[in-house]
Structures are given as C-alpha cells and as structure tokens.
Write a protein that binds this ligand. Sequence first.
Ligand SMILES: Cc1cc2nc3c(=O)[nH]c(=O)nc-3n(C[C@H](O)[C@H](O)[C@H](O)COP(=O)(O)OP(=O)(O)OC[C@H]3O[C@@H](n4cnc5c(N)ncnc54)[C@H](O)[C@@H]3O)c2cc1C
Length: 428
Amino acid sequence: MSDFDAIIVGGGLAGLTTAYLLAKESAEVLLIERGNFAGAKNMTGGRLYSHSLEKILPGFAGEAPVERRVTREKVSLMTGDSSVTVDYFSPGLAQPGQDSYTVLRADFDQWLAGRAEAEGAQIVTGIKVDDILIRDGQVRGIVAGGDEMEADVTVLADGVNSLLAQKLGLRAELPPQQVAVGVKELIALPASVIEDRFQCRTGEGTAWLFAGQPSGGRVGGGFLYTNKESVSLGVVCTLSDLIAGNATLPQLLENFKRHPAVAPLVEGGKLIEYSGHLVPEGGLAMIPRLVTDGALIVGDAAGFCINLGYTVRGMDFAVGSGEYAAQAILQAKQAGNFSAESLDAYRSALEESFIMQDMRLYHKFPHFMETTPRIFAGYPEMASDLMAQLFVVDGQRPQPLYKKAGRSLKTVGTLNLILDALRGVRAL
Ligand SMILES: Cc1cc2nc3c(=O)[nH]c(=O)nc-3n(C[C@H](O)[C@H](O)[C@H](O)COP(=O)(O)OP(=O)(O)OC[C@H]3O[C@@H](n4cnc5c(N)ncnc54)[C@H](O)[C@@H]3O)c2cc1C
C-alpha cells in the first residue's frame, strides 16, 4: 500500500495543475517544492495564453492574480540606436479563448497552489527531492531529506533541468545548443505612467518583443511585458551563443535597457526583482521518453516549450501537459495498473493535443534560427536603413523609392532575403 496515489516533484504550473486535477477527483496527492513557496523559484517573461487553464478553471482570470490582459502586440527590429516597430492593437486579442495575460509567477503560482490545496492536495515547500525510489525496477516514489515516500505514480514536474529525469535515464544531460538562458528585471512604475507610456487602459497591457540589438545580434531577443504596476524587461539568448560570444547576459540586458528606444519607457522606474532561468529550446528533438513504470514527466521537464528566439511559450503547455498527466493517472488508478504501458495513455493523449501539434508545427524553427543569423544581425540594420531612406529629408537630390529600397536591400542581398523568407515560411 503506497503512502499516496501520486507524488509530484515541483510546484510550477505543470506540477500544480496535475495536483489540482488529481485532488479534485479525490486522489491522495503530495506535491514537493524546493522553493519556500510555489512560484518562489519560477520565472517567466511573461505572458500566459489563457486557453489551457481556462479549460480547467473557467473564468480563472477574474479570480487569479493576473496582471494585465494583453491587447497590444509589438515587435521591433533593433540596431544599436534605432528601432523599427510593428504595433498591432485589436479587441480580438482580448476575446475569450484567445486572450492572454501578463503574470508574475511568485503570485500566480501561489494562487494555483491555494486552489490545489483547497481540493485536498498536500503541498510541502522548502524541501528538495534528492532521488527517485526504485523497487523491482519500478519507480515507487521519492527520497527527500533522507526520508522515503511511496506513491503509485511519481510525476516529474521539476522544470527544464530535470535532474531526476536524467537519473531515471529518461533524458540525457542538456547540451548547450538545446537550452537558452533568460534574465529579467522587474521594474516598478505607477499604473498611470504605464498606461500613458504604453497607450493602454486600466487592466490592459502590451507584449513587446525585440530582435537584433538586445541579444547582441545573436540568436535570441528582448522582451517587455507590462504588469499592473511594473514592467518585466528581459533578454533570452541561446547558451551555446553566449559561450561563443564575449558579452554576458547581464551586460546585454543593461545595453538593452539603455537603448534610446527603451530607456524612456522605464525611466524613473525602480528595480524590484532580478531573476535568471534556463529555457528549453530544442523543440521536438528535446522531448524525452515521457513515461516509465510508475512515473511520468510534464512541463518544461518534458521539453514542452517553444522558443522562437524573440518569444518563448511554455506556460500553456505546462498547464496542458498537467491536465493530460492527471487524466492518465486517474485512468491508471481505476485500472489499478501503473505500468509504463498503462501510463502511456498520457503520451497518446499528448500526440493528439495542441501541445504536440504546436511542437510539430514549429519543429524546424530552432534550426532555421541557428542557420539564419541575418534575422538577428542583418535584417534589423536593413529595416532601419530603409526607414531612414523613407523618412529622412535632408535637402539633397531626391531619389525614387525603388532606388532607395534597392540600396537598403543590398545590405543583406536580395537573393538572401528571398531565400530566407522561403525557408522561414517553410519552417513554420
Ligand atoms: C526568460 C523566460 C521567459 C519566458 N517567457 C514566457 C512567456 O512569456 N510565456 C510562456 O508561456 N512561457 C514563457 N517562458 C517559459 C515558461 O516560464 C515555462 O515553460 C514554464 O514555467 C514551465 O513550467 P513548469 O511547471 O514545467 O516548470 P517550472 O515553472 O520551472 O517549475 C519547476 C518547479 O520544480 C521545482 N523543482 C525543481 N527541482 C526540484 C526538486 N528536486 N525538488 C523539489 N522541487 C523541485 C522548482 O523549484 C520549480 O518550482 C519563459 C521562460 C523564461 C526562462
């Protein structure tokens, strides 16, 4: 007889969703989180696409500590001193089902932990799970602080660098080219200042992504998300690129913050939090074996994250994978069979889900980014040059538009532009 139906390692969105759904169906659940509270060690850019959590907790945004609903999307191509921006505002962005919210994980994860506890899940914080308990070749629980605890199923929700999945042989050590690293500053500003600077109403906000200068022209990008009374400003870069380059990530973030197009946006703000975290970016190639006898793996630990260089998306996958994991565990409980074969219902459900559909859709994109450095150093300069040709009036002899555009295109080469566009479209 096990101590619990399920032990979940990690109190991020993946683990908490699994715990909530299992406890809701009266399963005996223990979740162990090494941070002092759920969300204490978790980081996001961050915008949460609502669809997967909405399915589980309808109307959650009315109750949860979300920051702002995103109604404005901006993408900028940046050189050292210029910025070319696409600004998309639409009420459609706020429509139920396609809405998204900026969140701060320390608050948001604690709220979800509260929901799981209210359903009966036991959440223990401040304890690190050191090992997996294996008996007769089957996972039987965990070892933490010298104590052994048994469960019919152990859920690995321990994030991108899942040492437990490595111990179990479900995945290998992360190679630098399959992982990016992000740093973020949380900068406090009054709500009225944010609403003026980012042209948004109370409760509404902006998601802003930057390619070019923020990552020093390497694979990666910058982000800015508006919260209620702060903005999240950060940079994400591929680890292998950082190792090869000479700028550190904190330096890149400092340069980004001082960029003439960004500095006025955060002027007068007060730094209230600085955080750094790894991001899975191997895409489909990084997904490990998802189930074994008595255990399964969810969220970032399973590599469910898409990094398109200038944007990262993993939170809706973490929630979605938690849902499918909970369903498979409940089925296994009913059948009294916790073998890999039985838990494989999780993998099968994922295959048909939005998670694997999206992972498959974008599977060529990491390779496209790595082999198309012009996205990060080339096109931003070209776009800036083109804008200068169009907008700068200096009293010199005018030139027809096609000649101006032709000059800018020469900076990367017309053939390169066409080939990159074709490869980019194919990668999507
Ligand atoms: C810079 C950056 C920007 C991002 N931006 C976005 C964004 O805008 N939108 C988006 O959707 N996604 C974004 N992501 C990705 C997103 O944050 C992750 O995909 C998501 O947090 C994964 O959730 P998770 O529950 O799987 O893992 P995590 O949130 O990492 O949770 C894992 C938990 O396990 C705990 N843990 C680990 N090991 C142990 C152990 N041995 N014992 C006990 N506890 C343990 C950790 O403390 C942690 O609480 C971003 C990520 C980064 C780093």
